[in-house]
Design a binder for this molecule. Structure first.
Ligand code: FES
Ligand code: MG
Length: 575
């Protein structure tokens, strides 16, 4: 249908005459709206991934109230609606199985309704990329408000971080250095306020990258969930969303190649999550920006890690916010010639205008490019080689330096469960040189691409004081995880990648400096090996659709038919 006279999308519904206009307005008025709210003002949707099953997002209804205040104040009509929610801590087999479903559901909901702009409320890991992907594919004016991190965990007189200290403390218990009672006390000490993980895990990483991309208001990503300033920010975001509707500033105007380059470099400077690689590739596919895995390596060779945050370092998001947060990091990058300062933000400013005056209040937490926390090239690097022809990733800052150039014999597991069952076996045939291979945990194979790549170190080695061994998989790893874990091996075993052909006892060689990962088995011998049978394909439902259409890790694990965008044209009448 053609655009209404005002040019506003919502007018196709609310300015309609006759029977259809009656239907569109009358039922909305059951919520207590007077006729004046249909006077042609911009309608701002608030897409909320609130859910009590997603504890990280459980406060988003309150954030939505603050957004609404801003929308009303600026003369818009705010309408909050739920979208699918994805909670890392409860959902099985993995939230990543559903990221594309959430993106698709949100995309269709936004397009099907009388919205002129949308505010995206996210928090937990996948909710941020899913909503960005949705907004990019509708390409309606949009801005994101993430829910903010939890306060620092406090346990027995020290700070503990979400995820990172779960891995650490549970290994302490396995090694016999900590009691199960102390571990259970830590439960209440770790998650002691509303908000998402307060390490630089995937949630904090994606919140920061949404800001580095220009999609959330400058300075907002790091504000703790319970800090009053987050609600003031949400209020400002509501006001700004009304202006976005008037200006017609769309995701496609913001999500340019320069914006993605800024986000990739910001991720390196933050020591951010390996998952950011997958999510940025998928998002770039939605807006048609050419981006490939090698860009992540090429663009970050000169970018040092600037922040000392867990899992790579010591501090947490609260410290990061008080030190200045992301604007300080972006200013450091800009001053070193590592930022496209002219990239636009949803605020309407350029990235340089938004960050030029950003102070640093704590040089222990945020360093300078001259004296960084870790030197350039120690973020997430991209590996190639005979074991991963389409790439793999390794987060150097979370790995052990002595394993970065390593040759060892493989110990192979077809199912992660089989390794977990064996991990505490005192007779497990391993030593500090063993290369642990876990496969069939990729997008197609698991299915869903779970965060199992940082499998625990065998107990017999922990007891001998070996804290880390080289682990290789086609899985992902939690952004809060650490260890020398090669992840996202592509093609994955389940689609016939060379990973499927590795046998226990084979030699594997990692050379991170050379960006190589090789299986040291002659090609003639590999040709004689039959791959183990691929895992059974799901027979119905979303999992069937997903496994039939999911692309490999190097394409962001999006569904092949969701690449690109369908736009925001007003659909045909429903009555
Ligand atoms: Fe939700 Fe970490 S579990 S952000
Ligand atoms: Mg996570």
């Amino acid at each position: 249908m053609t655009a209404p006279e005002s040019g506003r999308r919502s007018a196709a519904w609310f300015a309609a005459e006759g029977r259809n206009g009656f239907i569109h307005r009358s039922w909305m008025r059951n919520q207590g709206f007077g006729p004046e709210v249909f006077d042609g003002r911009p309608v701002v949707g608030i897409a909320s991934s609130w859910s009590e099953l997603t504890p990280c997002n459980a406060h988003l209804r309150d954030v939505a109230e603050a957004v609404k205040r801003g929308v009303w104040e600026a003369g818009g009509l705010p309408l909050e609606f739920p979208v699918m929610s994805l909670g890392e801590t409860l959902m099985r087999p993995t939230t990543m199985l559903f990221r594309n479903l959430m993106a698709m559901e949100a995309e269709e909901t936004i397009r099907a309704n009388p919205l002129d702009a949308v505010v995206l409320l996210s928090g937990c890991d996948k909710t941020t990329p899913a909503l960005l992907m949705a907004a990019a594919s509708v390409d309606l004016p949009a801005l994101m408000v993430t829910g903010g991190p939890m306060l620092n965990g406090k346990f027995q007189g020290r700070d503990i971080g979400s995820g990172t200290d779960v891995w650490r403390l549970s290994e302490e218990v396995r090694a016999g250095r900590m009691s199960p009672a102390d571990l259970s006390e830590a439960e209440g000490c770790m998650s002691r306020s509303r908000g998402h993980c307060m390490t630089m895990g995937t949630a904090s990483t994606m919140a920061c990258l949404a800001e580095a991309l220009g999609m959330q208001l400058p300075g907002s990503a790091a504000i703790p969930a319970v800090d009053a300033r987050r609600y003031a920010l949400a209020h400002a975001a509501g006001r700004r969303a009304v202006a976005l509707a008037e200006e017609g500033l769309r995701p496609s105007h913001i999500l340019t190649r320069e914006a993605f380059e800024n986000a990739i470099r910001a991720n390196a400077a933050l020591g951010g999550s390996t998952n950011a690689v997958v999510h940025l590739l998928a998002l770039a596919g939605r807006v048609g920006v050419p981006l490939d895995l090698d860009d992540f390596d090429r663009l970050t060779t000169e970018v040092p890690v600037l922040v000392d945050l867990m899992p790579s370092g010591r501090f947490l998001m609260e410290d990061f916010y008080y030190a200045g947060g992301l604007p300080t990091v972006l200013r450091e990058l800009d001053e070193a010639g590592l930022l496209h300062g002219g990239a636009r933000t949803v605020e309407g400013t350029t990235m340089r205008e938004a960050t030029a005056d950003a102070p640093c209040w704590n040089r222990e937490v945020i360093r300078t490019t001259a004296e960084p926390f870790r030197p350039a090239g120690e973020g997430t690097v991209v590996l190639r080689g005979s074991l991963c022809p389409d790439g793999a990733v390794l987060k150097i800052s979370a790995a052990s330096p002595h394993l970065l150039k390593h040759r060892g014999r493989a110990l192979v597991y077809d199912r992660v469960e089989d390794y977990i069952a064996a991990a505490d076996d005192p007779d497990l045939p391993v030593d500090e040189n063993t290369v642990l291979v876990v496969r069939n945990a990729g997008p197609r194979g698991y299915p869903g691409f779970p965060e199992v790549g940082n499998v625990p170190v065998p107990k017999v080695l922990l007891a001998a004081g070996v804290e880390d061994i080289l682990r290789i998989s086609d899985a992902r790893m939690s952004g809060t995880g650490y260890g020398t874990c090669v992840l996202h091996v592509a093609p994955e075993a389940a689609v016939g990648g060379p990973l499927a052909l590795v046998r226990t006892g084979d030699w594997i060689e990692l050379d991170a400096a050379a960006r190589r990962l090789d299986l040291d088995v002659p090609a003639e011998e590999l040709a004689t090996r039959a791959a183990p049978p691929a895992p059974e394909a799901p027979e119905r439902g979303w999992a069937k659709l997903y496994t039939e259409h999911v692309m490999q890790a190097d394409r962001g694990a999006d569904l092949d038919f969701l690449v690109g965008r369908s736009g925001d044209a007003v659909p045909r009448h429903s009555h």
